[in-house]
Design a protein around this ligand. Sequence first.
Ligand code: ATP
Ligand code: MG
Length: 134
Amino acid sequence: MVWLAGDLGAGKTTLSAGIGQGWGTPDPLTSPSFVIIHQHERPRDKTRLYHIDAYRLPHPEAADSLGLDDILEAEHVVLIEWAERISTWLPPHYLKVSMTMHPDDERYRQLIFEATGQRYQELLEALRKAIFGV
Ligand SMILES: Nc1ncnc2c1ncn2[C@@H]1O[C@H](COP(=O)(O)OP(=O)(O)OP(=O)(O)O)[C@@H](O)[C@H]1O
Ligand SMILES: [Mg+2]
């Protein structure tokens, strides 16, 4: 599960679209707008990616109706914008990406990555090596 945090317009959907593209779904990931949850499939292996935007949930308890437990249990790829709004429904382990506009130039974004649990810590380590080479 990837927790995408950041204010309105920070770039959560844009990053989700890039993740979706890299993962291999042919359909574009757009802002879920009034649809809270979008499901995408990867043709090559039929695995699924769920893109959730918790911003418009009327109240945290409404997350109950999303079937999150089943989705998370089945180990699909799950990207959640505004996951802090449904924090009590989230699993203990995740990769959190906190996005902010660059203080000096709003054309750029600053990303802070945090991982909990071994799997996500290893993932983050691999990402760090891929980006920085160390
Ligand atoms: N890394 C980036 N660099 C420059 N511009 C970006 C970047 N990421 C997003 N943007 C621009 O910022 C705007 C808002 O992006 P986006 O919709 O992804 O934000 P969001 O965090 O999903 O917002 P919301 O909270 O409304 O869902 C868009 O115009 C997008 O093109
Ligand atoms: Mg968005």
